[in-house]
Design a protein around this ligand. Structure first.
Ligand code: CDP
Ligand code: CDP
Length: 229
């Protein structure tokens, strides 16, 4: 059967990667978490004291960064490696979450990431989630989903995830981080978070994971049917 490209964009913690993984499993597609790339670049900048307000410093740092997605043997899903090291867990920490939207707003950082993301989609059969995947990375994708959920629900979801590893984290801290990132991501000059004109909106505030999968699979099947007719 012909393979398609599926993009999932939306606000932080609304369930994009959960849905992307569900679809990848059902369809046997590759799942790529584009946010992990921006997080890994941010981790590198922090650890190496890169002054990211200075374009020369950013260019020099990017020339030393190699990102690679390699499958986890247990889950089968790809995990991000920064210069050969698996940083999948480190990039989820608040230290990175606090700075990632500032770093992701830099033009040179976006060009660096987008070029690699576009290469990953050449053979289709890919699901990528992020903020600009349907608008900038794969504007011709066959299925574009724009996900959203009520802020309080998103905060609660992300708090639960982070609390499991860090019992000192507060709900207020998570809320502030989410709101700040959503603001920067929506208002930046380059590739701001926007619903692509041809994207389908999925508000999963009151949907279980199973229900969101059923909906999205219906959209996929409709497109595949249309393509084969
Ligand atoms: O998991 P969560 O939704 O909180 O964020 P993420 O997908 O890991 O993305 C982290 C940050 O990277 C976002 O807040 C954006 O600033 C940036 N990002 C982006 O600019 N473009 C993308 N395609 C993906 C992420
Ligand atoms: O990728 P994104 O930041 O948009 O969110 P995620 O990491 O996929 O989901 C954030 C949390 O919401 C996860 O712990 C999911 O299990 C949970 N979730 C949920 O409770 N109900 C849904 N319908 C979707 C996700």
């Amino acid at each position: 059967m012909k393979k398609i490209v599926i993009t999932i964009d939306g606000y932080s913690s609304c369930g994009k990667s959960t849905l992307a993984r569900q679809l990848a499993r059902q369809l046997n597609y590759v799942y790529i978490d584009s946010g992990a790339m921006y997080r890994a670049i941010t981790l590198y900048f922090i650890y190496n004291g890169v002054q990211w307000e200075q374009p020369e410093a950013v260019a020099a740092a990017l020339s030393n960064i190699e990102l690679e997605f390699l499958p986890n043997d247990q889950t089968g899903f790809s995990e991000i490696h920064l210069n050969g090291e698996n940083v999948e867990h480190q990039i989820r920490e608040m230290l990175v979450a606090d700075k990632v939207s500032d770093v992701a707003a830099i033009g040179a950082v976006r060009s660096f990431a987008v070029a690699q993301q576009q290469k990953m989609g050449i053979h289709k059969g890919i699901i990528m989630d992020g903020r600009d995947i349907g608008t900038t990375v794969f504007p011709l994708a066959e299925l574009k989903i724009f996900m959203t959920a009520d802020t309080a629900i998103r905060v609660e979801r992300r708090f639960r995830e982070l609390f499991a590893n860090n019992p000192l984290i507060t709900i207020q801290e998570v809320k502030e981080n989410l709101e700040r990132r959503d603001y920067i991501d929506t208002n930046r000059a380059i590739s701001p978070l926007r619903k692509a004109e041809d994207a389908i909106v999925l508000d999963n505030s009151n949907l279980t994971m199973d229900e969101q999968l059923v909906l999205a699979m219906q959209w996929v099947e409709d497109i595949l049917l249309l393509q084969s007719s």
